[in-house]
Design a protein around this ligand. Structure first.
Ligand code: B12
Ligand code: SF4
Length: 525
């Protein structure tokens, strides 16, 4: 079968495509796990953000796929619907499968016949997708494929969920990157790839989708498989690797072993980026941080979430952000930041402001913290993604003010607090965060001098979208700039000039994003 796998073009505020265009790890994993007689092509549409329509047309005409699979997050739902509709208009008999966090956790949003979806793959997709293809080739009924919803004459048949895969036994085969058709992956000018070393998490932060997606569990790929995977990514040109594990810091001895293996195999000329919890880094930093640095880790994304105890309790993120010292529980954020800095790593600070009981002072406290301690702010608002405990709580308290899911990108406030409106919450973050990003420029320059020299003005232009000469000389208030920024952001969200099959209204026009049209080349897997 000829299969085309697509990830959506929608990006969000903190990963502008000028600086960050990463491959979607799911698609290469799916490609690596189908039977070898299939031909799989992968297109990450973030690489063609300004030419989505023409790129999809080109792919469909050149590949004539039998099945198209789309990987979708909730804020990308609207774009995915338009793309499916466009694909169907080009090849009415094509089969359409959707997977990823949104179809997994909000499957009902995908069953309307007007959408044209045939298969919804829920949860981990590698084995489900393999079995779906086998079934389409006659090897048994679709209803026997766990984790699959499939269209029938009268609606969707819902198979029972598939349990989380054990990664230790080799059932999940390595990713197949060769199927990627578009070029231009980058992180601050360095070619980037993504690698998984484990899946899952045993914590239960209320804002996180992971628990509903796969339950509380943690599975590890064998270290030699991970090393081979890193070598594959590096061999294909990656000089920066994002470790996309849900929570690699659950097992610190294993992370240390991985660092040692990276050094032993001389794969430490790659710059690594990873997400981590402060409790693990603070508790084990003395031995872990120097090893990470030697292995090539440069940016550590810390899930700080909030520096106030009440907010951490609401987010159920106290456990991963605290440790015991002299018999007392203490927040571990500062200790984690300190040890990472001492070992020459930069901290991307993940914070969530605008929680149900947040006052202006509570938000200011967190913004002041980020200003003082983190190198790159990654501040978000609580976002009611499908299936999270936090969503239920926001709903019960009547605090969700916006149901347009295309705005559920983390930096658009779609909930209010008991004391502040959503717009005010977003304004406070937006106003403070831009200047924090300016402060990071010298550190970014040290790490990526060529890229920053060439692009500093464009990076600043992106960060300060909405600013004009009038606002610079004080003839306009920052509120007016904020409104203009929001209008620009709304225009940016329209990625292709094709109508949403479930919405009325005129089609949007293609916008002028920063990426150039990527060359389409066929790379057989
Ligand atoms: C790594 C990561 C990132 C990286 C992205 C790197 C990259 N290019 O892939 C960064 C840090 C940049 C990022 C950013 C964002 N992320 Co993020 N991210 C993750 C994380 C940690 C892991 C995702 C991953 O790659 N897993 C490994 C792959 C192999 O697994 P997978 O994606 O689940 O795919 C499997 C299945 O879902 C399924 N599948 C997936 N797609 C498809 C398609 C088909 C056809 C089929 C059949 C199956 C299938 O099969 C796959 C293999 O088993 C998750 C989860 C978590 N614990 O927080 C969040 C998560 C996916 N991110 C999320 C969000 C919201 C975002 C942001 C909007 C904001 C934010 N919170 O930072 C931005 C948007 C990015 C953008 N496009 O602009 C949410 C999504 C929630 C939702 N309901 O949509 C998650 C779940 C975190 C959360 N808040 O709960 N993210
Ligand atoms: S520790 Fe990270 S991955 Fe685990 S539940 Fe919390 S936010 Fe999600």
């Amino acid at each position: 079968m000829q299969i085309l796998l697509l990830s959506m073009p929608d990006s969000f505020e903190h990963t502008p495509t000028l600086a960050v265009r990463m491959p979607n790890g799911a698609l290469a994993s799916l490609a690596g796990n189908v039977d070898p007689h299939h031909r799989v092509a992968i297109a990450d549409l973030v690489l063609a953000q300004s030419t989505v329509h023409s790129t999809v047309v080109r792919l469909m005409e050149q590949l004539r796929p039998d099945l198209v699979g789309l990987s979708v997050m909730t804020f990308q739902r609207g774009t995915a619907r338009r793309i499916i509709s466009l694909i169907r208009s080009l090849k009415p008999d094509v089969r359409i499968a959707v997977g990823g966090y949104d179809p997994s956790l909000a499957p009902d949003a995908w069953i309307d016949p007007a959408l044209g979806v045939d298969f919804i793959v829920r949860g981990e997709g590698d084995v489900t997708f393999r079995e779906l293809l086998r079934s389409l080739e006659g090897a048994g009924p679709l209803s026997a494929v766990a984790g699959l919803w499939h269209r029938t004459g009268s609606g969707f048949h819902r198979s029972p969920p598939r349990p989380a895969a054990r990664l230790e036994d080799g059932e999940i085969r390595p990713p197949a990157r060769a199927g990627r058709l578009l070029a231009g992956y980058t992180m601050m000018g360095r070619p980037i790839d993504v690698v998984e070393t484990s899946r899952g998490c045993t914590f239960d932060c209320s804002f996180c989708s992971i628990i509903e997606m796969r339950g509380r569990n943690f599975h590890r790929f064998p270290i030699d498989r991970v090393i081979a995977d890193i070598a594959d990514a590096r061999g294909r040109g990656a000089r920066s690797i994002f470790i996309v594990d849900d929570n690699v810091t659950i097992d610190v001895p294993r992370l240390e072993a991985l660092c040692r293996a990276i050094v032993d195999q001389r794969l430490n000329d790659v710059q690594y980026v990873v997400q981590a919890m402060t409790a693990s880094i603070a508790a084990h930093g003395a031995t872990l941080a120097p090893l990470m640095r030697r292995a090539g880790f440069r940016y550590v994304f810390l899930g700080i979430e909030n520096v106030l105890d009440e907010d951490l309790a609401f987010l159920k993120a106290a456990a991963k952000n605290s440790g015991t010292r002299s018999g007392r529980r203490q927040n571990t954020t500062l200790a984690a930041i300190d040890v990472l800095h001492r070992h020459g790593m930069l901290v991307v600070g993940g914070l969530i402001v605008g929680n149900p009981d947040d006052t202006p002072a509570a938000i200011e406290t967190n913004l002041a913290f980020a200003r003082k301690y983190v190198d790159w702010p990654y501040i978000q608002h609580p976002t009611p993604y499908p299936g999270t405990p936090m969503t239920r709580e926001f709903r019960e308290r009547g605090l969700i003010v916006n149901s347009r899911v295309e705005e559920y990108d983390g930096t658009s406030a779609v909930t209010r607090s008991a004391h502040l409106g959503a717009e005010e919450i977003e304004f406070m973050r937006w106003r403070a965060e831009r200047w924090m990003k300016v402060r990071h420029m010298p550190a970014a320059f040290r790490l990526h001098p060529g890229f920053v020299l060439r692009n500093a003005h464009r990076m600043m232009a992106h960060t300060f979208r909405g600013t004009t000469w009038r606002s610079l000389v004080g003839l306009e208030t920052s509120r007016a700039v904020f409104q203009r920024y929001r209008e620009i952001r709304a225009r940016e969200r329209r990625y292709l000039d094709w109508p949403d099959p479930l919405a009325s209204g005129p089609p949007a026009s293609e916008h002028d994003a920063t990426t150039t049209e990527a060359p389409l080349r066929w790379v057989a897997g």
